[in-house]
Design a protein around this ligand. Structure first.
Ligand SMILES: Cc1cn([C@H]2C[C@H](O)[C@@H](COP(=O)(O)OP(=O)(O)OP(=O)(O)O)O2)c(=O)[nH]c1=O
Length: 197
């Protein structure tokens, strides 16, 4: 019997592992990609998300040529501007100040490499509205620490859900892995059979 090549999730994000589990997919291995995530000069949010997902995918596929390798990158965009991943309070506050009371977009790039090296990739977009935030709401959110390591300084899957009255597009994409489209890629590459899922 022919055995199916393994699936590697090229991500350090526990959210991505949880999201895959939600649709019944368990990668054989998790191998985070260590790449430079700095936006190129003048790079727009959508191509940035696409490029980083592909870079993460290729970085891991290079040392695992016989596996399927799945990678993603989530970018929060205020207009043409790419918001940082919040690693400190000041950055998280700046992001929230920019996003509160406005609509913004979240782009998640996904890339899948198949054994042999063929890479398929897509970018999935969501439009998110965040309500205006009072000083007390911002302070309480900052205190929660939930913004840490999150693109744009918030996590829709946590307390910040109370700040989001409307979203159009992929919810799972905002959290980090758009599930419908990821399953399409896995199907297209032959990892998931048409008859399952
Ligand atoms: C906007 C938003 C982002 N995020 C997260 C998803 C991603 O983990 C993170 C964006 O950073 P990414 O660079 O996409 O991912 P990562 O550094 O966590 O993991 P890796 O590169 O190894 O795959 O922000 C949420 O969890 N909820 C949200 O609502």
């Amino acid at each position: 019997m022919r055995t199916r090549p393994p699936l590697i999730l090229a991500s350090a994000s526990p959210r991505r592992l949880d999201l895959l589990a939600q649709i019944g997919i368990t990668p054989d291995e998790v191998v985070p990609a260590d790449i430079d995530e700095t936006p190129a000069r003048g790079e727009l949010p959508r191509p940035h998300a696409q490029r980083l997902a592909q870079d993460k995918c290729r970085a891991v596929a290079a040392s695992h040529p016989d596996a399927f390798v799945l990678a993603a990158d989530t970018v929060v965009a205020a207009g043409r501007r790419i918001l940082p991943k919040a690693e400190d309070e000041a950055t998280a506050r700046r992001c929230l100040a920019l996003l509160a009371g406005r609509n913004h977009r979240v782009f998640t790039g996904i890339a899948l490499s198949a054994p042999g090296g063929t890479v398929s990739a897509r970018v999935i977009e969501a439009r998110v509205r965040m309500k205006r935030l009072s000083q007390a709401e911002t302070d309480a959110y900052i205190k929660s620490g939930e913004w840490h390591g999150k693109a744009g300084g918030y996590a829709i899957q946590g307390r910040a859900a109370a700040f989001i009255p409307a979203i159009t597009g992929s919810y799972s994409g905002v959290v980090g892995l758009p599930l419908a489209e990821t399953l399409d890629l896995l199907r297209g590459a032959g990892y998931v059979a048409e008859s399952t899922h």
